[in-house]
Design a protein around this ligand. Structure first.
Ligand code: AMP
Ligand code: ZN
Length: 479
């Protein structure tokens, strides 16, 4: 498919700009990944699912994508601050486990979650602890060029050496100082300076260098070093959640552009935070949900995927169980649409895209891509799919038109959103399907509609569509 005329909202320039990759047909992007001290919660996955949506839009439109998402396994201090305990070590101490074991366990959970969510694996998942040499190299370069200075065993970045400091977040150094948002630290030349390398003999994860025996990196230098290693000194897109804008990304820009002397990233994209029950997720409220909590309540990871991705990534999104149930039902209707289109296609070849009778598919397709081209505005793109459903249910489609719509739904809409389960029907024999359909009937007679719906869903995920008609229940396979 031809490239898309995409515009993206760049946090740095504060405007939507046409997307032009640095190399034609190729997109290089970096996403701030999880701090692997506890299993990522559903809010984190809003940021990661957005990265996947971006990837899939590019790939569906024929770009080659190189995608990098880091794992922060050291150096991210509590409350994103300059002082205090390392998040990972604090958690390891609490659980009385070795921090390295904690990293292993959480990383495994993270990758399992990504798979369940249908996220295409990034090309690289670099870990901070495996890139200490690259970070030290950058730090040396920053010292040599006068952008960083050493105090004892610590190294700080000098914000006064980079006049553009604040250009991403809009924070001005003077305001930061006046607003007392900075913790006093007599070692720093300027209160807004931030640590590139710190020393702490009590730290469990530490490395020897010319700065001393007990050093570990600052969180910001990690992402600069890893992004540059895998994507080069100038790449297309960097993403993260809105909390990353300041200080994290502001500091990444300062370090990288000071060292390379040129713009580092062309588009900065930020996902708005997911809220839960209208507020912040918090341990004290007991609403820091993980994917397991969702599946325990009968939702699939794909339901959550759809819940997140059908809303524009820069718009508000509030998680409630009712809203998730609504998304699950909407997704079920689209899964159902696939089955119906497949059945209506009757094995016909899809109508040519410019055939007069295929105008309905053309219109939906245009609305779908037109919405996505506008800074990945997912809501109207998904609305176009429901429009397709309504128009199909009104009836009267010839098999080639149904086949064209079916192809669009699978090869474009689902390639982007990934909400359809794989259509494999080999899992269940005809006898098993008959048995499940009979069980569903029984559940319906007993007015246990939740169970009846669950069985229908299970059948659907195996590529079996159940239809309730005037003369009884019928089923057929799709795929
Ligand atoms: P962390 O594990 O804290 O380093 O966060 C990993 C990623 O998840 C970062 O890009 C955060 O900005 C993002 N994130 C954290 N909480 C949320 C949330 N509630 N909604 C969306 N993104 C989030
Ligand atoms: Zn980062």
């Amino acid at each position: 498919m031809e490239p898309l005329d995409l515009t993206l909202y760049d946090t740095l320039t504060r405007e939507k700009r046409p997307f032009r990759p640095l190399e034609p047909g190729r997109v290089r992007m970096y996403h701030c990944g999880p701090t692997v001290y506890q299993r990522p919660h559903i809010g984190n996955y809003r940021a990661f699912l957005f990265a996947d949506l971006l990837r899939r839009v590019f790939e569906t439109r024929g770009y080659e994508v190189v995608q990098v998402m880091n794992l922060t396994d050291v150096g991210h201090l509590l409350a994103d601050s300059e002082e205090g305990e390392d998040k990972l070590e604090a958690q390891a101490r609490k659980e009385r486990v070795d921090p390295w074991q904690l990293v292993e366990r959480v990383s495994e959970q993270f990758f399992a979650d990504l798979e369940a969510l249908g996220v295409r694996p990034a090309h690289h998942y670099p870990r901070a602890t495996e890139h200490i040499a690259e970070m030290l190299e950058m730090i040396r370069g920053l010292i040599a060029s006068g952008h960083a200075y050493r105090v004892g065993e610590n190294v700080y970045f000098s914000v006064e050496s980079f006049p553009d400091y604040g250009k991403l977040s809009g924070n001005r150094v003077a305001d930061l100082v006046a607003g007392a948002r900075l913790e006093p630290n007599p070692e720093k030349r300027h209160p807004a300076d931030f640590a590139l390398w710190k020393s702490d003999p009590k730290h469990l994860m530490k490395w020897e260098s010319e700065f001393g025996p007990h050093g570990f990196p600052g969180w910001h230098i990690e992402c600069s070093a890893m992004a540059t290693k895998y994507l080069g000194e100038h790449f297309d897109i960097h993403t993260g959640g809105e909390d990353n804008v300041f200080p994290h990304h502001e500091c990444e820009i300062a370090q990288s552009e000071s060292l390379f002397g040129a713009p580092w990233v062309d588009y900065w994209l930020h996902t708005q935070f997911l809220k839960v029950d209208g507020g912040k997720m918090s341990k004290s409220l007991g609403n820091v949900w993980t994917l397991d909590d969702l599946t325990e309540r009968g939702f699939s990871a794909l339901d959550y995927r759809f819940f997140v991705l059908r809303t524009h990534y820069r718009g508000p999104l509030n998680f409630t169980w009712e809203a998730l149930a609504g998304a699950a039902e909407a997704r079920r209707q689209l899964v159902d649409l696939r089955g119906r289109l497949a059945a209506a296609a009757e094995g016909a070849e899809p109508a040519a895209s410019d055939a007069p009778e295929a105008s309905v598919v053309r219109e939906v397709r245009e609305a779908f891509w037109g919405a996505l081209a506008d800074d990945l505005n997912a809501s109207p793109a998904v609305a176009a799919l429901f429009d397709l459903r309504h128009r199909f249910l009104e009836g009267g489609w010839e098999p080639p038109v149904a086949a064209a719509a079916w192809r669009f739904l699978e090869d474009e809409a689902d390639a982007v959103f990934g909400f359809l389960p794989p259509a494999v029907s080999e899992g269940l024999s005809d006898e098993e399907v008959d048995r499940l359909v009979a069980e569903r009937e029984e559940a319906r007679r007993a007015r246990d509609f939740a169970r009846a719906d669950a069985i229908r869903e299970r059948l659907q995920e195996q590529g079996v569509v159940v239809e309730d008609t005037a003369d009884g229940v019928h089923w057929h396979r799709v795929g």
